[in-house]
Design a protein around this ligand. Structure first.
Ligand SMILES: Cc1cc2nc3c(=O)[nH]c(=O)nc-3n(C[C@H](O)[C@H](O)[C@H](O)COP(=O)(O)O)c2cc1C
Length: 338
């Protein structure tokens, strides 16, 4: 028996029309170009670059340009800026729009001390006046694309009231939508995401709200939407090494049964594809280093994952990496490790 559909169809954010309200979150060090291309091959529609510092963007840092690498079929793509100075955030926003991104997001959630120390990321939750000025500057400089804000439910306060306050300012400033991650800054990435706090924000504003936190399957997405009444879902860590999550969520939303889990062969094929893309984009040295972490996501929870994790740290060449993936689950030792 099929389940009843919970949300169907498109969502319109200003001039950006998405065929489904499922968005991949920005994740520093994770949602790079290779990740996004694999995800798009598996049904992901809308994604973000990882966050970029507004200061570094305006100063034209090379490292920031590298983080913004994309290709024509990596669309629609949003960019997210982080910072605390209204004039710098406004200038960064103008440049993002000129670069052709489909959406601009303002980071009000990053918990890292390097970002919160000067007053950016989740520290904005405590500074409504500064946040309001940032939104105003950004909106003044953006002509066409939708602007959104992604926030945690609070800095230390558990109630969700800080997110409600910032979401209301976002609405008054003309932002197109907000995303709420149901954890406080104090929680980091641990503990359970509080979906009731997300609901509180949803009930306080009329602009679309995306719920975020602890969505690892189509069933989770379904429960989040039912619990919060949100207009869409933003997927985080649930997509790492799991590009099958997009189809699973789309099926759940359409009231269809969950698609079968991918076979080990399919997982290996996709992990190899991800590695080959990193290789093409980054070159051998960086691709191997990056994939020591990335490939573990694919095999997590599978028998042999522990041994894979040990061995992957001794890979230095593309061929070693390929052999390690190909031999996964066969009980063989692909190459000698110390
Ligand atoms: C390694 C890592 C990097 C992240 N980088 C960003 C970022 O650049 N911008 C952002 O808004 N959130 C970032 N996040 C937060 C996620 O987008 C998401 O809000 C969070 O992981 C909660 O969702 P989840 O429980 O489904 O993972 C990051 C999370 C992780 C684990």
């Amino acid at each position: 028996m099929g389940l009843s559909p919970i949300l169907s169809g498109m969502i319109q954010l200003k001039n950006l029309c998405l065929s489904s309200p499922i968005i991949q979150s920005p994740m520093a060090g994770c949602t790079d170009l290779a990740f996004r291309l694999v995800a798009r091959e598996h049904g992901m529609e809308m994604a973000f670059l990882e966050m970029v510092s507004s200061e570094a963007l305006v100063r034209g840092h090379q490292k920031t340009s590298n983080l913004m690498k994309s290709v024509e079929h990596d669309r629609p793509l949003g960019a997210q800026i982080v910072g605390c100075k209204p004039e710098v955030m406004g200038e960064a926003a103008r440049r993002i729009e000129d670069m052709g991104f489909a959406l601009l997001d303002i980071n009000c959630g990053c918990p890292v001390p390097k970002i919160t120390g000067p007053g950016g990321g989740s520290a904005l939750l405590l500074e409504p006046d500064t946040t309001s000025r940032i939104f105003e500057r950004v909106m003044n400089n953006i002509k066409r694309i939708p602007v959104t804000a992604k926030m945690r439910k609070g800095y230390v306060d558990e109630s969700g009231d800080e997110a409600v306050r910032i979401a209301k300012i976002a609405e008054e400033s003309g932002l197109a939508a907000v995303t709420v991650h149901g954890r406080t800054r104090a929680q980091g990435y641990s503990g359970k995401a509080d979906w009731q706090a997300i609901r509180k924000v949803k009930e306080a504003v009329r602009i679309p709200v995306f719920g975020n936190g602890d969505v690892a399957s189509g069933e989770d997405a379904r429960r989040l939407l039912e619990t919060t009444g949100c207009d869409g879902v933003m997927i985080g860590r649930g997509a790492l090494g799991n590009p099958w999550i997009y189809r699973s969520i789309l099926s759940a939303m359409a009231g269809k049964e969950t698609p079968a889990k991918p076979s080990l062969e399919e997982v290996k094929k996709t992990a190899l594809r991800h590695f080959e893309l990193e290789l093409e984009i980054e070159g051998e040295k960086i691709a191997v280093l990056k994939c020591r972490k990335i490939l573990c996501w694919y095999f997590q929870g599978t028998p042999g994952a522990g041994e894979f994790r040990n061995q992957v740290n001794y890979t230095h060449t593309a061929n070693q990496m390929r052999r390690l993936i190909e031999e996964f689950g066969k009980g063989t030792v692909p190459f000698n490790t110390p």
